[in-house]
Design a protein around this ligand. Structure first.
Ligand code: GDP
Ligand code: MG
Length: 440
């Protein structure tokens, strides 16, 4: 599937310390192929790759991210943007009832989705009314009534004679008189779009003026789903799309193209046949699901938000000049703490299991960090800058001042010396171009 292909591509990038323009071009070629194979609209793919290349080339280098991480981040950002950026909700009218009309082709999942939506609204303490607007197949009315029974919710139906426009009008009157604050109208579909269907939906729309017209499309049909969405939006006007059967669609093309092609946001996703299987559609979550690297992405976000870039640059400069002091040591540990425990951080990186085992002994906890902070704060400026001068009597004074034991002070000084040594080695490794453990 798409996720596998993209993950393969990024795995190749991760092995490199530094990325050349050729590496990025090759990766983008593979991303392009993967998207086309996932049945994403051709023009959408072209624009998408163009944007990513532009950003990847003009990108300001972020100290806290490796080149591979930066490319993944850009792809993730652009995927999110492609699907609408932020979550789109349905409009709730300030004057109930809010009227939602579900439209779409036969078999797309309208009736099932009506039930799912009703359940989700009921859980939010709303009082939905289901309306059987598909009068052409008696089984359709029955299907909705069965759902209503399961959900313990009323279903408005007129068994014979009335047309869908009248049914919708009368249903809204019923909602008013029975204090139902949400009206969900299920409508008839056809196997293909035709004039008769569009006319019927337009008459319902013009008469009851729904607050939301939601188009239900089957994700499994790929680009066809996108074409259907385009036609419905042009003919009828659509406020949002519900993408059903996303549980069975390994390609993901419709999810990626709908918004870009039609301008209509995806508001919900159907993830199965059960009534609980409806999810609000979050473009950012979908993007990381497609990339299949939610954990890596959340780590990148964390690193971005918690590490002060200026501070990081300062530290790096100091390291180079080898005047890394205990103050810097403290700052650095505080930054690492913002990221989570060392265990957590390593756990989020793929293939870091071994290193995690090796390092599990050097992990420090919150309490220890508080001790370290107290100890460093009890030192004079001079002592922090040059640990060589911290002799026995100074150690005693520092321990007393910080409410710790001399052993604790000794341990910290040893840890600091170790850290300094490790960093020097780490620096040397980077200079000689060897792979470092931070550059996954
Ligand atoms: P309608 O003709 O548009 O009203 O479609 P239905 O609601 O009758 O659904 C058609 C079929 O699709 C039924 O078998 C549903 O169980 C199935 N279906 C609907 N939504 C989903 C979904 O999100 N995932 C899966 N796997 N099946 C779904
Ligand atoms: Mg139906």
């Amino acid at each position: 599937g798409l996720a596998d292909r993209l993950q393969q591509t990024f795995k190749k990038l991760r092995g490199r310390g530094k990325l050349s323009e050729a590496d990025v071009s090759e990766a983008m070629r593979e991303v392009r192929m993967a998207l086309l194979e996932a049945d994403v609209n051709f023009k959408v793919v072209k624009d998408f790759i163009g944007k990513i290349k532009e950003r990847a080339v003009g990108q300001e280098v972020m100290q806290s991210l490796t080149p591979a991480q930066q490319v993944i981040k850009i792809v993730n950002d652009e995927l999110t943007e492609l699907m609408g950026g932020t979550q789109s909700r349905i409009t709730i009218s300030s004057r109930p009832p809010t009227v939602v009309m579900l439209v779409g082709l036969q078999g797309a999942g309208k009736t099932t989705t009506a039930g799912k939506l009703a359940l989700s609204l009921k859980k939010q303490n709303k009082r939905p009314l289901l309306v059987a607007g598909d009068i052409y197949r008696p089984a359709a009315i029955k299907q909705l009534q069965v759902l209503g029974e399961q959900l313990d919710l009323p279903v408005f139906a007129i068994e014979s004679g009335a047309n869908p426009v009248t049914i919708a009008e009368r249903a809204i009157e019923y909602a008013h008189s029975h204090a139902r604050d949400m009206v969900i109208i299920d409508t008839a579909g056809r196997l293909h779009i035709n004039e008769e269907l569009m006319q019927e939906l337009k008459s319902i729309k013009n008469t009851v003026k729904p607050h939301e017209i939601l188009l239900v499309v089957d994700a499994m049909t790929g680009q066809d789903a996108v074409n259907v969405a385009e036609t419905f939006n042009n003919e009828l006007g659509v406020d949002g799309v519900i993408l059903t059967k996303l549980d069975g669609d390994a390609r993901g093309g419709a999810a990626l193209s709908v918004k870009a092609v039609t301008g209509c946001p995806i508001k919900f996703a159907g993830m199965g046949e059960k009534l609980e299987a409806l999810e609000s559609f979050h473009p950012d979550r979908m993007a990381s699901r497609i990339l299949g690297m939610g954990d890596v992405l959340s780590l990148i976000e964390k690193a971005q938000s918690s590490i002060d870039l200026e501070q990081a640059k300062e530290l790096e400069k100091k390291l180079r000049k080898e005047d890394f002091t205990l103050d810097d040591f403290l700052t650095q540990m505080q930054q690492v703490r913002k990221l989570g425990s060392l265990d957590q951080i390593l756990g989020m990186l793929p293939g870091m299991g071994n290193l995690k085992k090796q390092l599990s002994g050097v992990d420090f906890d919150e309490k220890e960090l508080a001790h370290i902070e107290a100890i460093i704060r009890s030192m004079t400026k001079q002592e922090r800058r040059d640990i060589q001068i911290i002799n026995g009597s100074r150690r005693k004074r520092i321990a007393l001042g910080s409410g710790t034991r001399v052993q604790d002070v000794n341990k910290l000084l040893k840890q600091f010396a170790e850290a300094k040594k490790m960093m020097k080695k780490f620096q040397g490794m980077q200079k000689s171009g060897k792979k470092n453990f931070g550059g996954f």
